[in-house]
Design a protein around this ligand. Structure first.
Ligand SMILES: NC(=O)C1=CN([C@@H]2O[C@H](COP(=O)(O)OP(=O)(O)OC[C@H]3O[C@@H](n4cnc5c(N)ncnc54)[C@H](OP(=O)(O)O)[C@@H]3O)[C@@H](O)[C@H]2O)C=CC1
Ligand SMILES: CC(=O)N[C@@H](CCC(=O)OP(=O)(O)O)C(=O)O
Length: 400
């Protein structure tokens, strides 16, 4: 039987590094191009609602975290620990119930094991402002239903729920109230009004951001070759998080039909092939994306397109060279570069890096919480240029 040690020491390591992004003011043509691509990605009419990221929280907002023992949960605890207006009020884990929460300094909190009934009662009593579900796929439905039942019992709108699993990523707003929370590509005003938010997958976030500017120029489906650090496989023992198996190794898996292949294709409205792998490092994903072009383009034109497309985005950095996965580990955004164009000018290879636990999960969750709770979208998120890194301790899940 696996033993998991209480696994967290909050480590926010400050590393100074030069800022590599070049940001240029967005000309009106770029803004118009971006808006039209984003409108077609979202398939919605242009938003008429002004969006503000500068609202000040009136009081601390309480977050209950279900699945708090896991890697994404631990990363979120560390982020909330340094957040100006959010606090953790409850952490739930079956294995750590009764143990103190380490790595959180705002209050002394003990892990509990919240049942769906507990969740229903807490929601009815208005004990929390937001629930985060950091549970494996297929597990959170009874908990979400408890939140909805508790709100119904109290005759109020439900508190915000952010789900990190894939369970609600394919729901369409016309059928349910779930909103897909990828702020850079989705309508931020919709996320800020939502109470049910489905957090995108890690590979899927990086791949969508790497592809979005070129969606209007595709001649055929792109191929995304992705390699994740083994924290992507979570804390349940598997060959993909077995460090002995990973040593000097690269593990290909789910060669076709990975759930993120479906998620990327569904969300971009364009078929994409995705080939996942796991490498021997812990945090960070590298995505090498081969994109066939419908018209010939130069590397410079494509890089400019990306720079303009993401000019107003604080968590997306465009660089000329290929970004390196070891540079993104612990950072909160996505770095995109490479832009190698073949001699014929009809295919480009773009490289994106993302920390799967951060912009691929916890940081994106915090962006969504901030939006939905009415505080500044980037509150509590160290920006790329700050050089701050959040390193989550690895757990030896194969220790007997
Ligand atoms: N790791 C990553 O890079 C990313 C993960 N995600 C998604 O986020 C979610 C969490 O991932 P991650 O943190 O890596 O997962 P972990 O395996 O590290 O943690 C899972 C958590 O869920 C709890 N849990 C597991 N099974 C159950 C169950 N049947 N009922 C109740 N609680 C359970 C565990 O605690 P305990 O057993 O103590 O109750 C633990 O706290 C998953 O859906 C994952 O796919 C999304 C993006 C990136
Ligand atoms: C290395 C590894 O195993 N990665 C995971 C993806 C991580 C993940 O979080 O999956 P969701 O985002 O869909 O929940 C996987 O391929 O299943």
């Amino acid at each position: 039987m696996m033993r998991i040690q209480p696994c967290f020491n909050s480590k926010l390591t400050l590393l100074l590094r030069p800022r590599t992004a070049t940001r240029t003011p967005t000309p009106p043509t770029a803004t118009m191009f971006r808006s039209s691509v984003l409108r077609s990605l979202r398939n919605v009419a242009p938003s008429t609602r002004a969006f503000s990221t500068s609202a000040v929280a009136e009081a601390e907002k309480k977050i209950a975290l279900i699945g708090a023992r896991g890697y994404t949960g631990q990363a979120l605890i560390s982020l909330v620990n340094a957040h100006p207006s959010l606090v953790i009020s409850h952490v739930s884990s079956r294995e750590l119930a009764g143990k103190p929460l380490d790595g959180y300094s705002k209050a002394q909190i003990t892990y509990s094991n919240l049942s769906p009934e507990d969740i229903k009662n807490m929601e009815a009593e208005g004990e929390v402002d937001a629930w985060v579900m950091a549970l494996p796929n297929g597990v959170c439905k009874p908990m979400v239903e408890s939140v909805l039942a508790g709100a119904k019992k109290a005759g109020k709108k439900n508190s915000v729920v952010v789900d990190l699993s894939a369970d609600y990523r394919f729901d369409e707003p016309r059928d349910t109230n779930w909103i897909y929370g990828l702020p850079e590509l989705n309508d931020r005003s919709k996320i800020s009004q939502a109470t049910l938010i489905s957090n995108p997958g890690c590979y899927a976030t990086g791949a969508q951001l790497a592809l979005a500017p070129l969606i209007p120029h595709l001649s055929s489906p792109p191929t995304v070759f992705g390699v994740s650090g083994y924290s992507g496989a979570g804390t349940k023992p598997s060959p993909k998080n077995d460090t002995t198996n990973l040593q000097d190794n690269l593990i290909p898996y789910s060669l076709t039909d990975h759930i993120h292949e479906r998620e990327i294709s569904h969300r971009l409205g364009s078929k994409v092939a995705f080939i996942p792998h796991v490498g021997q490092w812990f945090q960070g994903i590298s995505l090498t994306v081969s994109i066939p072009l419908a018209k010939t383009m130069t590397s410079r034109e494509i890089r400019n397109l990306y720079t303009e497309f993401y000019a107003s985005e604080k968590l997306v950095e465009i660089i000329g060279e290929e970004p390196s996965v070891k540079d993104i580990a612990g950072q909160h955004g996505v770095r995109i570069g490479g832009f190698g164009v073949n001699q014929a000018g009809d295919r480009v290879v773009v490289v994106a890096t993302i920390d799967n636990l951060l912009k691929g999960a916890a940081t994106q969750c915090l962006q969504n919480l901030n939006l939905a709770l009415g505080v500044g979208e980037f509150d509590g998120i160290p920006l790329m240029g700050s050089g701050e890194r959040l390193i989550v301790p690895a757990v030896n899940v194969h220790q007997k």
